[in-house]
Write a protein that binds this ligand. Structure first.
Ligand code: XMP
Length: 527
């Protein structure tokens, strides 16, 4: 079972007047619950189910949502909560397992089942006054179910709000105490009335105000940064990606020249990448130090083929250079990082963190090495919220919607040894992939697209001559969060144009392949 847990230390910048607490019981869709709440402009946080009643009280949430989860309330190790949670006088919504747990703890009966109901179902609303306010009782509503056990007997004081063919109680309430439960998942897109149910809970039951906007986020965060930093200095590693750029722009807005940004060109960037980013940043009057470190990185990578070794070398070299630059600035107390909310609520299994598949270290080691305190203004945000902040700060769509780019850059897309010649081949091929993705308007439809240079040569024929040249693979994937991904069904014509152009325009390439593997079992990057 996956339970979301908090990484050590919190660095929250805002004080929220209203906060909805989402307790996680291991559902795949817990983060979606939080996103739906935030889309309704209500701030919310996800915490593990077992944080304890005292912490919950201390957080003073406006309402509580219990997520779904894969367990049965009768399992030996079923995740439980203290019954006291229902006596706090706070509005509460239990979703799926959350509703079964509510039922079980409050004296109702959940029937154990050994088969799951999974997929679409029709929901019939019996009581439109509560969380179904404004929804029709005359027609069935399409909802998404994923449960084994089901509720057989309501707890005392509860009424049925809705039923479905297989669930006599598909939604319930104790209106007097503001406690609600739904067997379906309102957070997933397949539940058409999901947004209404969540909004009714937030605005009618919890009486929240829709005050969580990106405009208010920018204002509050800037004041919080000023307060935290005072007159001390902050450094920030700028990569040109949306997270680090928004981090830098927010801090710059708050404290101006007390922030120094360091842009390390490791020689592993895409074609024209450094130039584009620097040109955009010019207007902001940042204290920006540009370090051309191509030579240093490439000499360290000479002869190295192992992907993990490459990552390690790049991560360490970055830290060396960053430290050198920081020393030139003098006394620095803070390091700015573009940590996002999904990194904070990292998924770990009950039996401990899952195995490292690839080490993602960009600025990871810096705070310990340099004894710096962290400033993480994006720590509360999901990626789509960061993009909205970016818009608020005036970043152009082109930069905001840039595909994710790995810290080790093209080094993990040049398979095998990384050198100037091979990087140049990849850069040219990759630029063609990007151009054609944009020209065909597929760029914004996919999660990520790029070219990979394979460590083999194959035979071809050009004119009358035999060639023995490089192979480029094209990768394009659809994904919501990079945890899983499917290869994009790009139209043949787009692939044909990319292939023709790469073979004709990039010297040294005579073959192009399209990667048709999903994650899992493949990963998005090849190394
Ligand atoms: P994988 O290859 O693990 O990639 O399926 C998932 C997502 O993470 C990106 N990625 C990285 N990002 N540093 C990063 O900042 C890294 O070392 C790194 N490796 C992979 C990858 O591009 C994809 O979006």
């Amino acid at each position: 079972m996956q339970i979301l847990t908090f990484k050590q230390g919190t660095n929250t910048m805002n004080n929220h007047t209203q906060m909805v607490l989402v307790l996680d019981f291991g559902s795949q869709t817990t983060q979606l619950i939080a996103r739906r709440v935030r889309e309704a402009q209500v701030y919310c946080e996800i915490h593990p189910f077992n944080i304890g009643i005292e912490k919950i009280k201390a957080m003073a949430p406006t309402g509580i949502i219990l997520s779904g989860g894969p367990s049965s309330v009768y399992d030996d190790e079923a995740p439980m909560i203290e019954k006291e949670i229902f006596e706090l006088g706070l509005p509460l919504l239990g979703i799926c397992y959350g509703m079964q747990l509510t039922t079980h703890l409050l004296g109702g009966r959940v029937e154990r089942s050994d088969h799951r109901e999974y997929g679409h179902a029709h929901l019939f609303i019996d009581d439109p006054d509560q969380i179904f306010h404004g929804l029709s009782t005359d027609v069935p509503h399409q909802v998404w179910m994923s449960h084994g056990d089901r509720l057989e007997e309501l707890p005392p004081g509860f009424i049925t709000l809705a039923h479905s063919k297989s669930c006599p109680v598909a939604a319930m309430a104790n209106p007097e105490h503001g406690i609600y439960g739904v067997q379906f998942h309102p957070e997933v897109a397949h539940t058409e009335i999901g947004e209404d149910v969540i909004r009714n809970f937030l605005f009618r039951v919890c009486r929240c105000e829709p005050t969580w906007t990106m405009h208010s986020f920018v204002e509050n965060t800037c004041s919080a940064i000023k307060e935290k930093v005072g007159d001390r200095r902050v450094i920030c590693a700028l990569s040109g990606g949306v997270d680090s750029t928004v981090t830098a722009l927010l801090i710059n807005k708050a404290i101006g020249k007390q922030l120094t940004c360091i842009f390390v060109n490791n020689g592993l960037l895409r074609k024209n990448e450094a130039e584009t980013v620097l040109a955009f940043l010019e207007q902001f009057n940042l204290d920006l130090r540009y370090v051309d470190a191509e030579e240093r990185f490439l000499s360290k990578l000479k002869g190295i083929e192992d992907p993990e070794k490459k990552r390690k070398i790049i991560g360490e070299e970055f830290i060396f250079i960053f430290e050198e630059e920081a020393r030139k600035i003098g006394q620095v107390d803070f390091l700015a990082q573009g940590t996002l909310y999904p990194d904070v609520i990292e998924s770990v299994s009950f039996k401990g963190p899952s195995a490292t598949i690839k080490s993602h270290h960009n600025v990871g080691g810096l705070p310990e090495v340099m004894k710096l305190e962290l400033v993480e203004p994006l720590r509360e945000l999901f990626k789509d919220e960061v993009r909205r902040v970016a818009r608020e700060l005036g970043m152009p769509t082109e930069l905001i919607m840039r595909h994710p780019f790995p810290g080790p850059g093209l080094a993990i897309r040049v398979l095998g040894e990384v050198n100037r010649e091979r990087l140049e081949i990849l850069r040219e091929a990759d630029a063609i992939v990007m151009e054609e993705m944009k020209r065909s308007e597929w760029y914004f439809k996919v999660w990520q697209a790029f070219a990979v240079l394979l460590p083999i040569r194959t035979v071809g024929v050009m004119g009358d001559e035999r060639t023995y040249d490089h192979v480029v693979a094209i990768r394009a994937v659809d994904s919501l969060d990079a945890m899983t991904a499917d290869w994009t069904r790009l139209p043949y014509q787009v692939l044909a144009t990319m292939s023709n152009r790469i073979i004709n325009e990039v010297r040294g390439v005579n073959r192009v392949c399209y990667d048709i593997s999903s994650k899992p079992p493949a990963t998005i990057e090849w190394e």
